[in-house]
Design a protein around this ligand. Sequence first.
Ligand SMILES: *[C@@H]1O[C@H](CO)[C@@H](O)[C@H](O)[C@H]1NC(C)=O
Length: 396
Amino acid sequence: MRAFMFLFTFFAFMLVSPSLAVNVVGYGARGDGRTDSTAAFHRAWAAACRSARPAVVYVPRGLFLIRPVAFNGPCRSRITFRIDGTLVAPRNIYAIGNSEFWILFYKVSGLSLQGGTIDARGNGFWNCRTRGQNCPRGSRSLTIMHSNNVVVSGLRSFNSQTIHIAVGHSRDVKLQNVRIRAPSGSPNTDGIHVQSSMGVTITDSVIKTGDDCISIGPGAMNLWIQRIGCGPGHGISIGSLGNSHNEEGVENVTVTNVVFSRTQNGVRVKSWGRPSGGYARNLHFRNIVMRYVANPIIIDQQYCPNGGCARQSSGVKVSEVTYKNIKGTSSTQAAMKFECSAANPCSGIRLHNIRLSFVDRLRRPTLAYCRNAKGSHSGVVTPKTCFSFHKTKLNM
Ligand SMILES: *[C@@H]1O[C@H](CO)[C@@H](O)[C@H](O)[C@H]1NC(C)=O
């Protein structure tokens, strides 16, 4: 009985025991859009990170000017980062442009980032790039590196210089209810990039950018992508893979309940057309709607933007790829393209219930294009498949 009372009191205490509250304003941050609040955010984070109790870092309403900031771990306890305000980067493109990251979480385990708007104001940087001047390298907006058990929910990220959200060398990261927006013409402004990470899920998000909505790099495993609106942008892309010779593979990726609107690609697998030891396998694309997409379904293993791949073929082995319940419209006639490696033909491609029509005044049908692709189909598949081996064939 006494032991019970003790336990009861202990748990009651735990339940009401307040977490440490750390308001960035208390550390000198000003939400006036002019005062540099970087050092204040840093001090607030340090206080939260050394707390033995779970801590809540709070950013109230207001416009907080932030230069590159690294929130480093490991921390002693869980941290919740709650943002009601907006974080903006300085207008000078060099202020964040040479650091690679703008907001970095590094070696943090047990983090919940809730709400908030981050605006890198990247247009000065894009203009510099577009004019081909001497520009800084550009920085990602939010980077999560070497971190585990991270939840990012309700974040809005606008106008990143390069990638909006990057996840690398991390495990069990959930990105949910995220809104990402950059103009359709902004260069290399990927929405979310994941690589060298296990157990990342991206759900219930809307992504409109000038590059890939989601790009998946080497070493991504057990990635789950569900209920996403994508477009404008370049679609969801696995790759480019096979850039370097010794490269991790991509394995077990599911993309489901996604609507692509006016994107350059729908679901794409892309690899360099040159030797490499990489692979992409167990990829599942299902329950997808295409609205006026230029390349709804595409595997392109001949990527070689600057030449130098002549008479070589991709070393990346693509296998066990399923496409199921994919419907909608293509803005080009070739709605399905499997352009696989001669050295490593694609295998185990499965198509089930695909209906893609061509938006065409002449009412021409969509076409499938295959090279070095082996697979099977069931249910209705339009355009008709063209699986073969070591030969090119166009089917009507
Ligand atoms: C594939 O990844 C999902 C999470 O995205 C996971 O639940 C599942 O267990 C993984 N499958 C295998 C065979 O590892």
